[in-house]
Design a protein around this ligand. Sequence first.
Ligand code: KMH
Ligand code: ZN
Length: 274
Amino acid sequence: MGEPVIIAAAVVGAEVTREQSPAVPYTPAEIAAAALAAGRAGAAVVHLHARWPDGRPSQEAAHFREIVDRIRGAGSDLVIQCSTGGAVGMSIEERLGALVPGAEMGTLNMGTMNFGDAVFTNSRPDIVAVAARLREKRLVPECEVYDAGMLDTLRWLLEKGHLAQPYHVQFVLGVPGGMAGTERNLRFLVEGLPEAVHWSVAGVGRAELPMAEVALRLGGHVRVGLEDNLFISKGVLATGSDQLVSAAVALAAAAGRAPATPAEARRLLGINGP
Ligand code: KMH
Ligand code: ZN
């Protein structure tokens, strides 16, 4: 068996809607239930966003607190990662509302980019501010890399002391405006990492499971879930993020890798909690 694979479940995100799939969770109770189901299916980490009851993206601390409390209240030891990316158009301060007690990781988005027809703004001062807040709260950063130049920003953050181990890198591939989800792109990005660090890939849309398969082969980790992809196969909606996690577990078995438990994920990622 190779190194255990950390499977992260991104159960809701900010963009997908219930009109697109009835499986998209909105309320804190629904989001926590989706996270718990993903954990039972083999996820070790949950990547959290929140929504208002009508489905609009929310970075309200109260929403995140309720989700975290429900996950822990159910006795789950899933690694909890809160999104500081939020949704396009939100201010950095609003986005930081997600970093509630109980979070163990927070995302650190590595640059400004087109995000579909919108612009996802992460200026260098923004990135430094988010990195500082993560450090203050003793959260392990997950650097979200959508394009090759963002690795240079990552290197710059390390050189200037804004970022240090432990941190994790998530290659988010397939966003319209970022790099496509292809094996060639992923290999190029992994080769460009400034130092030895755990990395994972989140393939967007139809790239999700194919990118997971490549990452498993290359020794990386995997993110799946409805935030990134609504379909379990061509034209067939997934019943939930847990079904996508089960598909990733099957790919891992075929690659000779076992899903990491949350405790193993904490050891690999340098997290002391929960
Ligand atoms: N919703 C995207 C604009 C993150 O979670 O940190 C940003 C995002 C990244 O989802
Ligand atoms: Zn996200």
